[in-house]
Design a protein around this ligand. Sequence first.
Ligand SMILES: O=C(O)CCC(=O)C(=O)O
Length: 283
Amino acid sequence: MPIAAKEKRDQLMRDGFCIFENVLAPEMVAKLNTMSEWMIAQQDEEHFEQHRSQGCIIPYWTCPHPSFTELLIDPEAMAVFAELGFDVPKFWSGFVISKPPHSPPLYWHQDGVLWKHPISYTNQPQQYFLMYYLVDTNIHNGCLRLIPGSHLKRHPLHDMRPRDDDTVTRATDMDHLAFQQVEGEVNVPVRAGDIVVGDSRLLHSARANQTDQRRTVLTIWYWPAYDDLPDEVKALIRDHITSRSEWADWVEQTRHITKSFLPVYEGKAKAVPWGTFPGEDFQ
Ligand SMILES: O=C(O)CCC(=O)C(=O)O
């Protein structure tokens, strides 16, 4: 497929991210804000405590809402993939992540799951996030920050396992490396309605929200070139999406809308084991 957004595609491959401005209309942003508030209101106190560094993180299928389904297949957003040269992206998962007023930064981390497969050590397109910030962001209200190129090159932060440490996820140890300013980081302020496209292996975090307003982002995960993935990776994707009954139910209930974006693998290959940390070969 031709690549209309050549510079952005080059940036995505080289730096691990790129930005498309002004993709969602203000009405859609308003609708998604209403949806997010409805989902956030359903969480209990322990959820917010446990995920204090993120604010909250709600898988879309735990509170099904038609606006999320609409966003998954949004033609303007899918046109972003087409401009990048990906004409058959397949969907995986999605979350509402929201920082309340006056809340701590998000810890540094990466979200790759294929580190036990050689594909992770190549620049073949694998898993990308689309991030939709629902307010304009800046360094005061919790904008994204990231380390360009860290999807391809080891950084000392790769040796950390922040999600295994309660003092990080609950943001009770703010001296932890996971919260520090680090060499090579860049801030990524955006406007509501923009999309940040990023490689799941990229190290990223978010600044603290020091304002009186909530800061919400929706992250949706896709496999932009699913058909080119090895069978054992397709098997991992298939097994994950059907691993929880609530999730599998959502897939069935919305299949009539999302059908062409659902990954299908009917082969016999054994799924590659889940691998969330880079091995020593990653240098
Ligand atoms: O809150 C953000 O800005 C990014 C959230 C994120 O990437 C995550 O929690 O994995």
